[in-house]
Design a protein around this ligand. Structure first.
Ligand SMILES: C[S@@+](CC[C@H](N)C(=O)[O-])C[C@H]1O[C@@H](n2cnc3c(N)ncnc32)[C@H](O)[C@@H]1O
Length: 448
């Protein structure tokens, strides 16, 4: 039994945040590594996770307010002190469960460990924040509506501008949804969802079936890898919208399938399960480590149909035989802007230039793999982003360049529970603010 320690969770969160900022690493993997080697009580693990995700999501707004509270530019702080201030202000202004005095005291203790001379500054800034927390300023919406949205909802201005054009008045709901905690979603083995719900419930774990994907289970758990069933392969961890992609691909037992961008292997594994592990899935990825992860995941689930392959999908037609696949999935490298709940840091890393660069890669991959499809075979293009450049923009140009492809309506293929997620053009399109899911986009086409 590990006893609760108010500083330990915050110190762990601070270290994770420093690594995410300093090394450009992923928050989820960095946090998982840190938690794996920490001796923290369950409550403190949950607090550390919330602090990491919340501080990253709200960073833009926290920095804007800190600059006014301290009367200086945030960039001028020592990086560890700046992060300590963000962490403290996040608790004071956005986290109900922490009393402001505790947020101030623990932040001052963290500062004393890092840069003792700065602890008075941290104390002064956060005490002022605690006093004024009901009336901290935001940009004036009348003077600059865009700046107001960007700061109030903590997103980069360029993204808010783009999404306001795209989503109109719904943009506020989208920005707010992106700042919510991501739910934990499991994918049971096909047809075994109710058995998994019973098993988890019997172990005292709150859970319920998902709304859209037939094998999905929503669960209240900070660490799904510690749940009963993980070690014996009863479930995988996969967001519900992501689960729908293999349903749209609809692979059948005995088929030959190419998953062109497969690591870490979530959709390959799902496809293999739906094929009853009969047939072949060539699971390619450009990264050698990615291919190793695919193999590890397949072994955990006991799936033999998956054949990991290190390959660059942009030149797949140079090594794989034309017309040799019944199904092809291009789950493309994308900006990931549909997954901000689970990956809040992405919003601060992406630039507008990334979108056109990614769209070029996506088109090159599609052009290279399309000839590998056999006549009558089906191909799915999917992303976890909400930008038109990477979604409809890529698909329109791809289909125009390959006249043998016929677009198919997703609502004629996905399970009935997911039909409401299909747009007028027949694409699967999920939205965080409308469906409570990650923002995914997927289109299927068949070769004549
Ligand atoms: C969205 S992720 C795939 C997620 C995976 N389908 C799953 O469900 O677990 C995109 C993957 O594409 C890989 N990738 C990026 N460029 C690639 C390329 N040119 N060829 C093949 N894979 C590539 C990345 O390494 C990354 O693993």
């Amino acid at each position: 039994m590990v006893s609760a320690d108010p500083l330990a969770a915050r110190a762990l969160a601070l270290d994770v945040l420093m690594r995410v900022e300093g090394l450009g690493s992923h928050a989820d993997a960095t946090l998982a590594d840190a938690l794996a080697s920490a001796r923290l009580a369950v409550r403190d693990r949950a607090l550390a996770s919330r602090l990491v995700y919340g501080t990253l999501a709200w960073q833009g707004r926290l920095d804007w307010q800190l600059a006014r509270l301290a009367d200086r530019d945030c960039a001028s702080f020592d990086p560890r002190i700046r992060m300590t201030l963000r962490l403290g202000l996040y608790q004071i202004t956005l986290l109900d469960r922490v009393p402001p005095h505790a947020a101030v005291a623990t932040s001052v203790d963290l500062a004393k460990r890092a840069v003792p001379a700065a602890s008075r500054l941290v104390n002064a800034v956060l005490r002022r924040a605690a006093r004024e927390r009901g009336s901290l300023p935001l940009p004036d919406p009348a003077a600059d509506p865009l700046e107001h949205l960007a700061v109030a909802f903590s997103h980069p201005r360029w993204l808010v501008e783009r999404w306001r054009r795209r989503f109109g008045d719904d943009v506020r709901d989208l920005l707010a949804a992106n700042n919510e905690a991501a739910p934990t979603i499991l994918r049971a083995r096909p047809g075994e969802r109710d058995a998994l719900v019973s098993r988890l419930t019997a172990a005292g774990i709150a859970c319920e079936p998902g709304r859209f994907a037939p094998d999905a289970v929503r669960v209240q758990a900070a660490d799904p890898h510690a749940l009963p069933g993980w070690s014996d392969g009863a479930f995988s961890v996969q967001e519900e919208a992501s689960q729908l992609v293999a349903w749209l691909l609809d692979p059948r037992p005995g088929m030959r399938v190419l998953d062109a961008c497969a690591a870490p292997g979530g959709k390959s594994a799902h496809a293999a399960e739906r094929m009853r592990d009969e047939g072949t899935i060539v699971a390619g990825d450009r990264r050698r480590r990615g291919a190793a992860t695919i193999a590890w995941n397949a072994a955990r689930l006991g799936l033999r149909a998956i054949r990991p392959l290190v390959m660059d999908a942009r030149t797949a037609d140079a090594t794989l035989a034309r017309g040799s696949f019944d199904r092809i999935l291009v789950d493309a490298p994308c900006s990931g802007l549909g997954t901000l709940r689970a990956h809040p840091e992405i919003r601060w890393r992406r630039t507008p230039e990334d979108l056109s660069r990614l769209a070029t890669t996506q088109r090159r991959i599609l052009d290279a793999v399309t000839p590998l499809l056999r006549p009558g075979g089906a191909i799915v293009y999917s992303t976890c982003t909400l930008t038109d450049e990477e979604n409809a923009g890529v698909v329109d140009r791809w289909l125009a360049a390959h006249p043998t492809l016929r677009r198919e309506r997703a609502d004629e293929i996905v399970p009935p529970t997911a039909r409401t997620l299909v747009d007028d053009d027949g694409a699967l399109r999920t939205l965080p603010h409308r469906h409570g899911l990650d923002g995914f986009f997927a289109v299927r086409a068949r070769r004549a």
